[in-house]
Write a protein that binds this ligand. Structure first.
Ligand SMILES: Nc1ncnc2c1ncn2[C@@H]1O[C@H](COP(=O)(O)OP(=O)(O)OP(=O)(O)O)[C@@H](O)[C@H]1O
Length: 366
C-alpha cells in the first residue's frame, strides 16, 4: 500500500501552483489518475518517484518511509524501486533496445521478488523483432513500447506510467492494455497510470483518482466512476458504463461473440479472444436507447430488460438514466423529451437497446 499526504508549492514569475494531495493506493490492479491539463498529475508522480525535492509531508510504502519532512527523512529516487514510464520515451540513444532494457535490469534493487523477466517484457510488448535496433531506428509508438518494457523491468515497489499509450495506434493500444492487465496480476505492487483519455481509463484502470487544481477530488472504483462524472462537468462522451464478464461463445457464421456480463447477455462483433476469457466492456451511454417493449423489428441485436434506478438532468434537454440489471449498472443518455414521452421514472421496468456495432473496439480481455 502506498500512503501519502503531500504538499508542494511551485512558483514561477507569473503565477504559482499548490499541490495538496492525500490518499492510499492498494497493491491490487491499476489506478488511473485522471484530470485536466495542469492539475498536478505529473507533479504528484515526481513526488512519488523522489524527483521532487520541494515536496513536504509524508509518503510510506508498506513498512518503508520515503518522505517524512517533519523528521527530515527523504529516500532518494534510486532507492525506491520505482519503474517510471515518462510521457516521452527517454530511451538512451546510444544503446540498442536490448541494452536499454538490460540497463534497467542492471540498476535493480537487490532482494525483491516482484521483477518481470526480460523474456516476458519482450514478448508482452512485442519487441522481438526490434531488440537489435537503436532508438533512432524506431517509430514513436515502438519507442513507447520499449519505454513501457523498461519501466516494468525496473519496477519492484511502484509503477508510474505517464500517458503510456499516447504514441500508440489504436490496435497496439488495445493489445498493450490487455497485456498490462495480465502483468498487473503478476506484479502485486501499486501501479499508477496518468491519462487524459477516458477510454484508456475505462479499459485499463481498476481504481480512479480524479484530480482538479492540485487536489484529489475522488478516489473511486472504475465501475462507480460514471457516478462521479456529472459532478466533474466532463464531456458527455465520457458518460460510459464499464462492465465485466465472460466471453461464452462465438458465432463464426455471423462473426459475433457473446458475453455473459454477470447478470445480462450481450452480443457484439467477433472478438479476437477465446471463450472463457474475462472481458471488460465499455457501453457508451449515448448508444443505449430505451423502449417500453422488447425490440423485435430493429437492427439492434441487444435488448436488455432493466429497471430504472435514477434519472439525472445533466444539461439542458438531456437526461442520464441509470439502469440496473441484477447487480450491474448501465447508463443511457437520452433527451428530456424522450424521458417525458416514455413517462420514465425510478422503479419503472424498461428495455435497454444496444447496437452491436456501438460496442466495436470497446472490449478487451483483462
Ligand atoms: N518547475 C515548475 N515551476 C513552476 N510551476 C510549475 C513547475 N512545474 C510545473 N509547474 C506548474 O504546476 C502545475 C501542474 O503541472 P503538472 O505538470 O503537474 O500538471 P499535469 O496535470 O501533469 O498536466 P498535463 O496533463 O498537461 O501533463 C502547472 O500549472 C504547471 O504550470
Amino acid at each position: 500500500m502506498l500512503s501519502f499526504n503531500v504538499q508542494c508549492l511551485l512558483q514561477n514569475n507569473q503565477d504559482q501552483f499548490q499541490l495538496s494531495a492525500a490518499g492510499e493506493i492498494t497493491n491490487q490492479g491499476i489506478t488511473a489518475i485522471f484530470g485536466p491539463s495542469g492539475c498536478g498529475k505529473t507533479t504528484l508522480f515526481e513526488t512519488f518517484a523522489g524527483l521532487n525535492q520541494q515536496a513536504t509531508g509524508k509518503i510510506t510504502l508498506g513498512q518503508q518511509t520515503w518522505l517524512d519532512s517533519q523528521k527530515k527523512l527523504f529516500t532518494p529516487a534510486y532507492q525506491r524501486g520505482v519503474g517510471y514510464v515518462f510521457q516521452d520515451a527517454r530511451l538512451f540513444p546510444h544503446l540498442t533496445v536490448l541494452d536499454n532494457l538490460k540497463f534497467a535490469i542492471k540498476r535493480r534493487l537487490k532482494g525483491y521478488q516482484q521483477y518481470l523477466s526480460l523474456n516476458d517484457a519482450i514478448s508482452l510488448l512485442s519487441l522481438d523483432s526490434l531488440i537489435n535496433r537503436y532508438p533512432y531506428e524506431l517509430s514513436g509508438g515502438q519507442q513507447q513500447r520499449v519505454a513501457i518494457a523498461r519501466g516494468l523491468l525496473a519496477a519492484c515497489q511502484l509503477i508510474l506510467m505517464d500517458e503510456p499509450s499516447t504514441a500508440l495506434d489504436r490496435a497496439s493500444r488495445r493489445e498493450i492494455w490487455s497485456n498490462l492487465h495480465h502483468i498487473a496480476q503478476q506484479m502485486v505492487i501499486p501501479w499508477l497510470v496518468i491519462s487524459h483519455d477516458i477510454h484508456e481509463v475505462n479499459q485499463l484502470a481498476d481504481q480512479v483518482i480524479l484530480m482538479e487544481a492540485g487536489n484529489i477530488t475522488a478516489n473511486v472504483d472504475i465501475f462507480q466512476l460514471s457516478h462521479y462524472l456529472p459532478q466533474q462537468r466532463l464531456d458527455l462522451h465520457h458518460m460510459v458504463s464499464v462492465v465485466e464478464g465472460d466471453l461464452t461463445k462465438h458465432d463464426q457464421q455471423h462473426h459475433l461473440s457473446f458475453l455473459d456480463l454477470d447478470g445480462f447477455k450481450v452480443c457484439l462483433h467477433q472478438l479476437p479472444y477465446s471463450p472463457g476469457n474475462r472481458i471488460r466492456l465499455e457501453i457508451p451511454a449515448k448508444d443505449v436507447s430505451l423502449a417500453l417493449q422488447p425490440n423485435h423489428n430493429t437492427s439492434a441485436l441487444n435488448s436488455i430488460p432493466c429497471t430504472i434506478s435514477q434519472i439525472t438532468n445533466i444539461a439542458d434537454g438531456l437526461c442520464l438514466i441509470e439502469l440496473t440489471v441484477n447487480q450491474q449498472r448501465i447508463l443511457s443518455l437520452i433527451t428530456s423529451k424522450s424521458c417525458q414521452e416514455l413517462q420514465l421514472e425510478s422503479g419503472k421496468a424498461i428495455y435497454a437497446s444496444i447496437k452491436s456495432v456501438a460496442l466495436l473496439s470497446r472490449a478487451i480481455a483483462t
